[in-house]
Design a protein around this ligand. Structure first.
Ligand code: ASP
Length: 439
């Protein structure tokens, strides 16, 4: 490991000149912050636009043969005001004109979207006095459209070896032929993680507009505490909750090297935020939980058949049917003669009847029912392993709040207890569980 810190700044952290100033102060405060990954400028207020959304819009206009000057002007104005207000010695117009003419010439959708980060990278590099290194020269996408970790890692090591400080735009890379491709939305988080792994950083800082992960959704639970430390695995178990703060794929590149991720708030840099650490981290909070996450809109397909446990291949047939219909399931609690599949309604959509018919045809069950309106709550914590009383605390809390539990599931890793409740009871249930562990 080196002493380097890779710092990624999200769209809201770079939405205006005022935000750029905060970023410079943060970067200047620690010389170890050597590689900086910016997103495109985000919203300055509730009514504002994200530059990436406007770029997608420009591309859609070109595709439909509609003039996009007005939309492009919104993009150009943002970069011009940032460079002017920061008094940066940079002719941003030249870069804006090139992007505009590429769009007019029919540039691809990914290329269009990537220009938000590209332009912001040029501006930020100039403002920080760092070198600009194009992500297209570092992050390689293979023929299958996925990024190629091996080629990318050796590329990063080779190209950044002699560059002590650089700004590398997030969100995109290129194929070996030079075609620009992007990650999925919010993909600058992934870029930051890849760069951190490539330079063997001691820390990957992800600067955003919240001070880390909260133990539960603040729209549901009042005065909710921040999670100080969480392991990569716990975070995966809480991915219902984490996804909006950190891109789901961002943990994988750094996880393999045990590089911690620190979620920090650009608007409150003194707050320690949340540290995402290696799975081997010994949790000292034995008997406590790390967080609660949940989601509504699940259905349960419940299947019963006498002597199911002895029928070879019964489960495989059902799984093949789900696979055939492109449906993934969330959880699969089972009994001796019964089995159920908890599936997000968004997955089932209009396939429900067809799946039920196919299961009837292939598996001949005694009964099969689909029960809608279930919410699933994940209560997660490494500290619950080998610690008696966690499940009883959850169940007592729900019973005392007069909430019926429709489903229970605990993985053998003893890190996550899933409970299914009626959709209408969801908020009440999350509050009851949170209070039971925090009061
Ligand atoms: N600008 C891109 C988006 O809005 C990527 C990112 O912000 O990470 O999705």
């Amino acid at each position: 490991m080196t002493n380097t810190i890779v710092a990624k700044f999200g769209g809201s952290s770079l939405a205006s000149s005022e935000q750029f100033r905060k970023v410079k102060e943060i970067v200047d405060a620690k010389p170890e912050r050597r590689y900086i990954v910016p997103s495109a400028p985000g919203k300055r207020n509730g009514k504002d636009f994200k530059i990436t959304d406007l770029l997608y819009l420009c591309h859609a206009h070109v595709e439909s043969g509609i003039a996009f000057d007005d939309v492009f002007k919104l993009i150009a104005d943002r970069y011009i005001s940032i460079t002017q207000e920061l008094d940066i010695d940079l002719d941003i117009q030249v870069h804006l004109e090139k992007v505009k003419s590429d769009l007019m010439d029919g540039a691809s959708k990914d290329y269009a979207a990537s220009r938000g980060e590209y332009l912001n990278g040029i501006v930020l590099a100039k403002f920080l006095g760092y070198e600009f290194v194009d992500a297209a020269d570092l992050i390689i996408f293979g023929e299958n459209g996925c990024y190629d970790p091996l080629k990318t890692q050796s590329n990063i090591q080779e190209k950044l070896k002699n560059i002590p400080n650089a700004v590398i735009p997030g969100f995109y890379g290129a194929t070996e032929e030079g075609e620009i491709l992007t990650f999925t939305r919010s993909g600058s988080d992934v870029t930051g993680s890849i760069i951190a792994a490539g330079v063997k950083a001691k820390l990957y800082e992800n600067w955003t507009d919240v001070s880390g992960f909260l133990m539960a959704d603040p729209r549901i639970v009042e005065n909710v505490q921040t999670i100080e430390k969480i392991t990569y695995k716990e975070l995966r178990e809480l991915s219902y909750m984490g996804a909006s703060v950190l891109h789901e794929e961002a943990i994988f590149p750094v996880r393999d090297l045990g590089i911690p991720i620190n979620i920090k708030n650009t608007n409150c840099p003194e707050h320690p935020g949340t540290l995402i650490v290696d799975d081997s981290y010994e949790n000292t909070s034995h008997g406590k939980i790390t967080g609660i996450a949940g989601r509504k809109d699940f259905s349960v397909i419940s299947i019963e058949k006498a002597l199911m446990n002895l029928e070879l291949g019964f489960c495989r047939k059902i799984l093949s049917i789900l696979e055939m219909y492109g449906v993934s399931f969330e959880s699969m609690p089972s009994g001796i003669d019964s089995m159920c599949f908890v599936i997000a309604d968004s997955q089932l959509k209009n396939k429900k009847e067809k799946i039920v018919e196919e299961i009837k045809r292939q598996c001949n069950p005694d009964s099969i029912e689909v029960y809608p309106n279930m919410a699933v709550i994940a209560t997660v914590g490494k500290g619950m392993a080998q610690s008696p009383g966690i499940a009883s605390t959850i169940f007592r809390a729900l019973a005392e709040a007069h909430i019926n539990i429709r489903m229970i599931n605990q993985g053998s890793s003893e890190m996550n207890i899933l409970t299914g409740v009626e959709t209408d009871d969801f908020e009440k249930a999350v509050n009851a569980i949170y209070r039971a562990f925090n009061e």
